[in-house]
Design a protein around this ligand. Structure first.
Ligand SMILES: [Zn+2]
Length: 456
């Protein structure tokens, strides 16, 4: 069956926008992209979608997310970690909620809210890492997302990581258990959900995995042909710990262990020296720039140096928010404030990072990330008939969208040619039921964790 989305502003990303454009897809693949008149002449449509007043975009690709993270909404952002005002919500609230108090039966509905937010705001692919991935994968399957997934591997208690603490106690049995879970997850889920779920290995971070664990995971990933997904230069204390324990920075340490190459997605990359940033950029490893998240924490990566050295930069959300429009704008604001210049990044570059850059980071650029014949039909319709994007000057359409549109303007989303959002509603699971069940699950977790909220 051929579907033609016609008469929209088609934004292919790899090509200039097409006014009165069309995208044709058959099954799970795009078969044509071009002016509406040309596409309607080439393809006999079984079904047409009128996209007048809308933009047609490739689905966004979020390269670092924890789908369970909705549990933290509003709880972490304003929490101070110490008297110096270092952000503390991650250490005091988020890590304990996720790693200590959440239990497997809570996870499906908790993760459903982030998964629904992703598709409702135009994200079609996520690079997910976390605990309880067996449960998270069911949500990915049911909501209709595409996901690269990794069961988190760690052998130091992540809840002991906090600003100023430069000691780590490794528990080899923990790593062994995590590796077994990760292998089981790959066996159970790689290639599942009609091929929409694929896997990576997810060692947590250079300071929460022992060196022997990092070496072993790298060997397993190489042997089985899987990519790696980790946190790097993530939090205050990580850099100090690694320098003390290893005599070199986290970036140099991972480079020496063979991690820094194009099969790695590294999230955050905040606490890096100029030399680290140059080394990272030259290595071909991919950065997941969690601009909205780190901006809220009051710190940011050395973007000026990373861009100047042509680092591969894609965008990610981590915990919150998953609206890629917020993340694109945060990436622009952070870099410009740091550089004192608008030249460091522009709107079209931000959109490229949110789409094709994400596809490259995941090694999936032949299948997703832009609107081109032969790629997967992962498509988004964006309402342009709003006060915040009008008037529209065609030559600056992409910048207009990046600076002024919002995730809530997304009206329709297809993944693999299947409609997962129609007229602003998720089609695959009941959103009202998910909200009710998520609230109940969150209240169970918060109740168990009441000690965390003492005095608030
Ligand atoms: Zn993370």
């Amino acid at each position: 069956m051929v579907t033609v989305i016609e008469h929209g502003w088609v934004v292919p990303v790899a090509q200039p926008p097409i006014e009165d454009g069309a995208v044709a897809f058959e099954g799970d693949r795009i078969v044509g992209v071009g002016p509406s008149a040309e596409i309607s002449a080439r393809f006999k449509a079984d079904r047409t979608v009128d996209a007048r007043g809308k933009a047609v975009l490739p689905g966004f690709i979020n390269t670092h997310i924890h789908l369970i993270g909705g549990l933290n909404k509003g709880l972490t952002e304003d929490v101070s970690g110490n008297s110096a005002g270092v952000s503390g919500g991650l250490f005091k609230i988020a890590m304990p909620l996720h790693y200590v108090y959440a239990e497997a039966p809570d996870v499906y509905w908790l993760a459903s809210m982030h998964a629904l937010e992703c598709v409702r705001t135009g994200t079609t692919t996520v690079n997910e890492m976390g605990k309880f991935e067996q449960e998270v994968a069911k949500v990915v399957r049911d909501v209709g997302l595409r996901a690269v997934m990794a069961e988190n591997i760690r052998d130091s208690a992540v809840v002991d990581v906090r600003p100023g603490v430069v000691e780590r106690t490794f528990v080899p049995a923990d790593a062994e258990h995590c590796i077994e879970e990760a292998m089981r997850f790959i066996d159970d889920w790689h290639g599942k959900a009609d091929g929409r779920i694929t896997c990576r290995f997810g060692p947590n971070a250079p300071d929460t995995c022992a060196e022997s664990t990092l070496v072993r995971v790298k060997e397993l990933a190489d042997k089985r042909g899987f990519g790696l997904h980790t946190h790097l230069a993530q939090v205050p204390g990580e850099r100090e710990y690694v320098i003390k324990a290893q005599g070199r920075s986290p970036v140099k340490y991972l480079a020496d262990l063979g991690y820094l190459n194009s099969s790695l997605v590294a999230a955050h990359c905040v606490f890096m020296s100029e030399e680290d940033a140059e080394m990272f950029a030259a290595s071909g490893a991919h950065m997941s720039h969690t601009a909205y998240l780190v901006g809220k924490r009051g710190y940011f990566p050395p973007m000026k140096t990373l861009y100047a050295n042509k680092a591969s930069v894609a965008l990610g959300s981590d915990w919150l928010s998953n609206d890629m429009f917020k993340i694109m704008r945060s990436a622009i604001l952070l870099a410009r404030q740091q550089a004192g210049s608008v030249a460091v990044i522009d709107g079209p570059k931000a959109l490229e990072m949110a789409t094709l850059g994400g596809a490259r980071a995941l090694g999936m650029e032949r299948d997703i990330g832009s609107l081109e014949a032969g790629k997967k039909a992962d498509l988004v319709l964006l309402d342009l008939e709003t006060p915040w994007v009008n008037p529209i000057r065609p030559a600056q359409l992409v910048s207009n969208i990046v600076y002024n549109a919002n995730g809530s303007d997304v009206t329709d989303v297809w993944v693999d040619g299947r409609a997962v959002v129609a007229d602003r509603r998720a089609t695959q699971i009941d959103g009202a039921e998910a909200r009710r069940e998520c609230q109940a699950a969150a209240e169970r977790v918060w109740s168990r964790a009441s000690a965390l909220f003492a005095g608030t």
